[in-house]
Design a protein around this ligand. Sequence first.
Ligand code: APR
Ligand code: PHB
Length: 391
Amino acid sequence: MRTTVGIIGAGPAGLLLARLLHNAGIDSVVLESRDRAYVERRQRAGILEQGTVDVLRAAGAGERMDREGLRHDGIELRFDKRRHRVDFPALTGGRSVMVYAQTEVCKDLIALQLKEGGPLLFEAEALAVEGAGTDRPRVRFRHEGEEDVLECDYVVGCDGFWGVARKAVPAEVTRVFERTYPFGWLGILADVPPSHDELVYARHDRGFALLSMRSPSVSRLYLQVPEGTDAEEWSDERIWDELERRFETADDWRLRRGPITQKSVTPMRSYVHEPMRHGRLFLAGDAAHIVPPTGAKGLNLAVGDVVTFARALVHRRETGSDTLLDAYSATCLRRVWQAERFSYDMTTLLHRAPDATPFEDRLQLARLDRFASSRAAETDLAEGYTGFPLD
Ligand code: APR
Ligand code: PHB
């Protein structure tokens, strides 16, 4: 098999890249180790930055998003029983975000790719990237029990944190920057209308809680739990009781309860692999970097990476120049580190570390109080949340 761009992984990064290349008339093959049902069922994040929404629309993949997605113009910060709304458009010159699940983005892109795009092979596991430093990189993979080779001009590793692409970057040129957190998120889906019309980020002495949603009738909620927690330790009643405590307010706001349909624990990590390119191998999305979910940046960073790669390749085709491809890693990393900083700040602002001291608790409250008293502080949060520019 031979193609221009070999794409490993059919998460949002790989699927969107295939779509962008197809629209530009560049052929690609996508290899995905899981089956289609698994990829379409996987629960992930749900916040699309303005820039991500614009990219999906321009790629012709925004039709259902525009019908079913929920535009959000702000979030609520909740601390000390107080409620403070951050108004995004007012602070950022009109920017907002969209609540539309990553799973739905993937479903839309898969349907488009299978209908109009190049090959998308499910249950095709990449085993290794070879010859990244040459003009003819290859992906060795296994499909339907047979080993095969995909010969490419370029390989893009969109294979997530546990993928194989990153391993093809030699250790001598690699630097990894990492931090793990001593807590995770217990996430639930519940068949109950969201208890608030915008997301609520709550800081509480018992730990962080987040109220999000998937639709007007489905709530998505999260609780900070100790690292290594097993979701089965948490009965439905215990989850609702704990959420109720952490979202407590001084007014008459109430949390609506309903049947919990899914429960899982996500670990929290910050991770950056530098460089994001070696020869003709490019890394994109979770394959190159992880952020803790507090800032809702993971999917949006993946989109930024693949847009940057597609633009660079189109530039090469039009001008013959490798300048933008050569700049890929540095261009992406600038934005990646801004998102790492933002996600770290949001995480340390809102979570309670197991060894937190009363002094640190007071500092957290003082940091939160800044948003209620300073427009400059609020503007910084609104700019970060609605997204850092692609250029
Ligand atoms: N061969 C083929 N496919 C692979 C391999 C492999 N060896 N290893 C992993 N994959 C596939 C996974 O099954 C998955 O479908 O690569 C895909 C990676 O997708 P994601 O993990 O979703 O990563 P990415 O596309 O970079 O999306 C960015 O943003 O919200 C965050 O972490 C969240 O998934 C999200 C991410
Ligand atoms: C989600 O809805 O899954 C979600 C929303 C906001 C976040 C993280 C996750 O910061």
